[in-house]
Structure formats: C-alpha cells, structure tokens
Design a protein around this ligand. Sequence first.
Ligand code: C2E
Ligand code: CA
Ligand code: CA
Length: 649
Amino acid sequence: MLLSFAVYSAVLLVLVGAGMSAFVRRNATERAEYHVIEQAELLAANLLPAELTERDFAARVDARREAELDEFFARSVLTDEVIKAQLFSASGELIYNTADGPTPDLRAEASTIEEVLEGEPEMEMTYVDHAAGRRDVRAIEGWVPVMLVRGGEPVGALEIYYDYAPVAADIRSIVTPLLVILGAGFALLYAALLPLLIRLSRRLRHESTRNEHQARHDLLTGLANRRKFIEELGPALVAMKETGTSGAVLVMDLDRFKEINDTLGHHQGDAVLREVAARLHQRLRGDDLIARLGGDEFAVLLRHARDVTVVRRIAADIHRVLEKPFVIGEMSLVVDASVGVALAPMHGTDADILIQRADMAMYAAKSSRTGFEIYDEELDRSSTERLTLAGDLRRAVSNDELVVHYQPKASFAGEVVGVEALVRWQHPTLGLVPPDRFIPLAEHSGLIRPLTVTVLRTALDQLRQWDHLGDALTVAVNLSAQHLLDTELPAQIRQMLRDADVDARRLELEITETSLMVNPKRAVAVLRELGEIGVRIAVDDFGTGYSSLQYLKQLPVNVLKIDRSFVGAMTESEHDALIVRSTIDLSRNLGLEVVAEGVETTEIWDALAELGCDVAQGYLLAKPMPAEEFGEWIERPRRQTRSLVTLHR
Ligand code: C2E
Ligand code: CA
Ligand code: CA
C-alpha cells in the first residue's frame, strides 16, 4: 500500500510539474515571439527605409552591395539577440542574408511571403544552421513587411532570427523554483502523511492476517477449525506415505453436551467447550493437531503413531481426561465423550474418508458406551443401519411400532409394588430394537416428546387394564432431560391421567440425575408443578452424576434409584458397597424411598435387605416383558428370593 501511494503521488507530482512548466514555457515563448515582431517592425520602420532602395529588392544583391549591407546589418541590426537577418523580394526571392551560416533556402515560401506582404507578421520556432562543427541554435524567426515610404506599398520582407537561449534561461528561472516549491510541498505532505500511512498499512496487514487466522480457527476455543484440519490432514497423509510412517485421526463428541447447552444455556456450554480444548492441549504433543470440527465435535491428528497399541493408549487417555467432571461455576458436570479412531494409512489415505471412518467409530463408541472405538469394516455396516433407523423413527412413533415392556419392582418383603415401563421398537426388518439404540436418536431429532407421550398413554392404559391387580400398583415412565424444559408437560400429564382415569399417585416419573443436575430454575418449576399434580418423581441412575445433597433437598423428589452399576458390583467392591450404603442412608435422612436397580443375585438381594433398602428391581425378579406376559407372571407363585414374592392386594 505504501509503495502504491508513493508511485501514485510521484506520478501526480511529475504530471503537475510537467503541466506547470509547459504553461510557463508557452507563456514565455509567446511573450518572446511578440517581442521579436516588435523588434523587427521597429527595424523595418525606422532603419531600413534610410538604407535600402527599391532597386535592392529587384534581385539578389551583387557582391559590392552585399558588402555594404553586411556592414550596415552588423552595425545596426545584429545584436547579441538578433543573430541573423534576411531580406526577401516581394516575389519571395532571397536578395540578402547576413553572413553568419549557410543560407537555408533561396526562396521564401509563397504563402508566408503573401501573408507578410498583406501586413500579417509571421513567427515560428526554428533552428539556425551553423557551419559544420558548431551546434545549431534554437531561435524564434519573425517576418515583417518592408516599406520604403511610410504608408507605402511593401517592397519585400525582413526576416530576423532571435536567439532563444535568453528566453529559455528566463523560463528556467521561473520553472526551477516552482518545481522546487512543488517538490518541497509534496515532500512535506508526504512526511506528514507517512506515519499515518504506516500505521494504516500495518493495521490492514494485521487485519488481513487476523482474517486469515479466523477463517481457519475456532473463535471460541482458539483451536483449528474443520477447514484447517482437512487442509493439514491431506499433506500429513502424503508425508506419511513418503516416509512410510503412520498416524491416526481421532474424532470425539461429547455425550451430554446438548443437555448442558439446552438446560444451562450457551454460556456454560461454551465454558465446557473451552475446558475440553484445554484438556486436549494438556494431553497431546506439540505437533499433534487439535481441531474443533463444530458443535461439540473435536478432532485430533496424531502425526506419529507407531502402532495400534500406542493409538489405543492415547484414545483411552483422552477419554479418561474428558470423563472427569467439569467444574463450571458452582456446578460439577459430567460430560463424558466418545472417541472414534481411524488409522492412517491402514484405514485410508484420503482425508475425507479417514475423518468419516473415525466418525463412524465414534458413533459405535457412543452407542456401545465403551468410551472409544477403533474403526473396522464391520462398523460401516452398522452405521448404515443407524442412518436407516434415524429415518425410520418418525414413522415408528406415529405408526404404533413402539411397544412397551414392563419390569416389576418389589419390596424386600416380597410384594410387587410397581412396574417400570421400558420402550422398545418393533422394527419391521430389524426386529425388536432396544431403547439405547433409538432414544438418543429421538432426543436429537425432536421426536422424544411424541415418543414419551406414546409411552405414557400406553402405560396408563395398561395400568387401567391391571385394575384387577389392585390399585396400589404403580407404573414408572422415563423422561428425558428435554422434558424438564417443557413447561406444558405438567398440564399434558394432568390431562392424560384424567383421560385414563388413573390416580396421579400411581404414576412415577423417572428423571436421570444428570438431567436434574444440569437443570436451571425452569426444570425446578416443571418438577414443582408435577409434584403439585401428585405424581411421584424418581431420580434415576443415582450415583452417576454429581448432584449435591443440598440441591436434591430443594426438589419435590420422592424416590432415589441407585444405579445398577453400583448395585451389581456392591458385593465385590468395597467402594461400590459404600456408595449403595450411603445412598440408602441419605434417602432415609431425606425421607425418600430408595430403589436398587440391577439386582441379579440373591446375595445382592440379601445385602440390600440388610442395609434397609426399600425396593428392588432386576433380573432376579424378572426381565422387562410384554404386558400379557406380566399378567401371567404376577399370578404365578414363585420363590426366587428368600421371601416369597407375591402381589400385595
Ligand atoms: P433405565 O431407566 O436405567 O432402565 C433400566 C434398564 O436396566 C432397562 O434396560 C432394563 O432392562 C435394565 N435392567 C433391569 N434389570 C436389570 C438387571 O438386573 N441387570 C441388568 N444388567 N440390567 C437390568 P432397557 O429396557 O434396555 O432400557 C435402557 C434405558 O433406555 C433405560 O435405562 C432408560 O434410560 C431408557 N429408556 C427406556 N425406555 C424409555 C422411555 O420410554 N423413555 C425414555 N426417555 N427413556 C427410556
Ligand atoms: Ca429408568
Ligand atoms: Ca436406571
């Protein structure tokens, strides 16, 4: 920019300078020309009539007369300025010329002579030729008529050559200072503008590098963006091929990010994303490229990865660091991530394919809840299936393809106190699809509300049909985090209870601890309203989140369901046993009912009974089953536990 400014201003300077000097030259030359004519007229009127005769104009003067005229002209006409003079006859013939230099032409041009004789003086810039060896001299020539008698007819013409050198000197004396002033003016202006220009051009350069940076980086985390990731991945793959080394692409997606964003707001969501970036930075090496592909999706390029074992270790490490709770403000949030890995060159040498395969592995990790997964060809098949599922789900919800199974819950005295409604998808070609494979899909595609409504209706209707089993039997229905934002949900549930003619106390709504934990005032409001209706609220998967006791106290919660991972391990792990025991104690202090999920053995049953747990649910009692089957199951007397499980009527 500075350069172009310099060039433009220099061109402008030259143009203005040239224009100015042309103007001055033109002006000075014109003045000089008039001066020449004046001079010539003065000569023709005052000196020539006395010296010349009519005879002189008849023809070229002879040698004697020429000598006389030479003397006259040298004395009276030629000066420092008038350097040459010539006389022409009326017919244009040269009759005399001053001695200096060779005579150019012997005749004047007819048109010139004619005009001059008519009283029109002529002038022109010309050169006076000199004898060899001397430079030609620039001159102004002026023509005037010669009249021997005042007021008489012209007898011929006088032509004088006026030296241009003094005129040129004159012009220079004006133009040079003008140009100096002009140049100085420009220089001053330039000096004044220069700092400004330098600053401006620096800012522009800075701006453009920043734009360049922004186009390739994520503003929020400062990590590379998808574009930069792909741009660097291509050449990295080529380099691996050339050097025979191998690398890997890791793609990770946060499992509960949407929940946090929806319930806590973007502000907290952003804080989580920044923290994820920071943790990835801590764990990875300088030459590994970390990018945020968009949303809650991140990617890492490992440029050097000796073998699968190394990559596996890194993937596990990354999963571990993301598993740790994120402390945002006063909350401790568990986000968890699923990591998908594709190896280069083993799984592809093309950037897009590699990312796509890592993505596929990531989805596999998400649905199998294994944390991380390495791509294999088998995944290609199941990911197609996942896509098909997503497309089919909408139809499934409206087409009665959803079926509800029921799993009983019993007190430790052996009485069946209720059932949990668990949805399945009776897929036309895939058979019975478990909820883990389509609930997340429904949550992400806006189908979870119609799905929940379907399950609620079905479960309440079913409860009516089990009226003969007594009115103490409850049904529990699972809610997703999104429902806690739905302020219309309480009214909708009130209506459904009325439609099915079921007492509100017989409906239990299960919300996961994590969705509770991330909910703001709005969720509390929804829960309070539900509490007012009279439905019972259970906190599901308790122990997997990090909700505070203080917080739980403020909520209208009736039941805590200890997560099956703790219950299942309580007889082997001291730690898990401790969690189960403290949860039971906690529930008692808060006046809550406590349910143990995943009770699979009599050993666990006994241990829970010992600790004072209220209710058990698990395969030991029964797996979830279709409604008709439950009807038969409940009528059958059995001795699966120490105490006889019977129906309390
Ligand atoms: P959940 O709410 O924790 O449901 C209990 C899950 O544990 C059920 O899996 C059940 O089959 C399983 N289970 C019960 N007893 C045992 C046991 O003794 N051992 C073991 N290993 N597992 C046991 P299911 O039916 O596959 O449901 C999985 C999850 O899907 C549920 O977990 C719940 O989060 C979700 N889900 C199911 N139905 C619905 C629904 O209608 N709406 C929503 N939003 N989520 C649902
Ligand atoms: Ca549940
Ligand atoms: Ca559960």
